[in-house]
Design a protein around this ligand. Structure first.
Ligand SMILES: Cc1cc2nc3c(=O)[nH]c(=O)nc-3n(C[C@H](O)[C@H](O)[C@H](O)COP(=O)(O)O)c2cc1C
Length: 369
């Protein structure tokens, strides 16, 4: 598939997850293969213009981190235009506009999902950005504000006319937050509204089978995966292979999981500095651990780590402790092995191992987020 002038190696996208899809994560996932395109966390357009330190950290990248879209949020046309120009100067392949974020801080300034309620105003803002840059501009949205206002298909028509190069759609409304399951019928309506630009479906994809199911049910051109990439950073490679061949590759063994976790951790240390990197990685390591089998003491050690030495000590102690659950050849006895990953649409929603809430999402009524 293509986005503007770019031919993608795979129709698979890393969805932005603020606080998580930083440079270390993107590089780690890219190296495993199968990822066609990645997007930064959302960045406040004004902060980028002001060269705010946090904003600059969010857009930090390197030549291996390609193709890359920078996601902007904001509602002031001039600021969005100027920030788009900065993205282009920084070498991004594309600018993505956040039209889906339900969080108060974003919506109250007219950004995020508030943009889905004022189509003309949004189209004018988008036209200004497209006129200012040569790189493609894309938009990421939800299905609409709430069930009674599923404006995504109308918005897509307006945005395609304005010159947007692709649409990403998370199959939930703003009012839904992260509750319920993704609405594939809603995504299909968005796909049908687009004349020729690609529509990328998003929501609840945690296995190769779920990605294929989304494509078959909605006709979307590509699939974007957020939380599923944290349960399983290999998901892009496995999904790409599955879409091409119909064959499901085995899940990685413990040695491979440890190798990739160490690499991810080292990148955190390089990116944030050792102590901050180790502290930030406290919320990443438990995802890897989910697929280790019994790992309680490891998770307990990790939450206090402050250095490379602490991290390595936690891994070493864990491997020693884990032996009690293994047979003579070092393989986990079947009763302790983690269950196979199950596609979201085939999954028992009460199964705690695969509960989507494992990655913290805002809770309670959406108006209070
Ligand atoms: C913690 C968290 C942070 C998120 N941050 C962003 C963001 O910065 N920009 C954005 O467009 N969507 C953001 N999202 C939404 C995701 O990109 C995605 O649309 C949503 O999680 C559904 O996809 P998934 O089920 O594959 O995770 C975020 C979601 C979560 C859970």
């Amino acid at each position: 598939m293509r986005i503007g002038p770019y031919e993608l190696s795979a129709p698979l996208f890393l969805s932005p997850l603020a606080g998580y899809t930083n440079l270390p994560m993107r590089l780690t996932v890219r190296e495993l293969g199968g990822l066609g395109w990645a997007t930064t966390d959302l960045v406040n357009a004004r902060s980028l213009i002001e060269r705010n330190h946090t904003a600059l950290k969010l857009v930090e990248s390197c030549p291996e981190d390609r193709p890359l879209a920078i996601q902007l949020f904001g509602s002031v046309p001039e600021e969005m235009r100027d920030a788009a120009l900065i993205c282009e100067q920084l070498g991004a392949q594309s600018v993505d506009i956040n039209m889906g974020c339900p969080v108060k801080k974003v919506v109250k300034i007219g950004g995020g999902s508030a943009m889905m309620t004022e189509l003309d105003k949004t189209a004018a803002l988008v036209r200004g950005m497209i006129a200012a840059v040569k790189i493609p501009v894309t938009a990421k949205m939800r299905l609409g504000w709430d069930d009674d206002n599923q404006t995504a298909p109308d918005l897509v028509r307006v945005l395609e006319d304005a010159g947007v190069a692709a649409i990403f759609v998370h199959g939930r409304t703003r009012a839904q937050g992260f509750s319920g399951t993704v609405n594939l019928t809603g995504i299909r309506a968005v796909v049908q509204a687009a004349k020729s630009i690609p529509v990328i479906g998003n929501g609840d994809v945690t296995t190769p089978e779920a990605a294929k199911h989304m494509i078959e049910q909605t006709g979307c051109t590509g699939v974007s995966i957020g939380r599923g990439a944290f349960y399983d950073p290999w998901i892009f490679r496995r999904t790409d292979h599955y879409l091409r061949t119909g064959e499901l590759l085995p899940e990685p063994a413990l040695e491979e999981r440890l190798r990739v976790m160490r690499r991810h951790f080292e990148r955190y240390c390089e990116f944030y500095g050792e102590e901050n990197g180790a502290k930030h990685f406290r919320k990443v390591a438990p995802w890897y651990a989910k697929r280790f089998g019994p790992s309680k003491p490891f998770k307990a050690r990790i939450i206090t780590m402050k250095s490379r030495a602490d991290f390595e000590a936690a891994v070493t102690e864990f491997l020693h402790w884990r032996r009690q659950f293994c047979d003579e050849s070092g393989v986990l006895k079947p009763q302790y092995a983690p269950g196979a990953l199950v596609a979201s649409f085939m999954r028992d929603p009460d199964d705690p191992v695969f509960a989507r809430e494992s990655i913290p999402v805002p809770k309670g009524p959406v108006d209070t987020w």
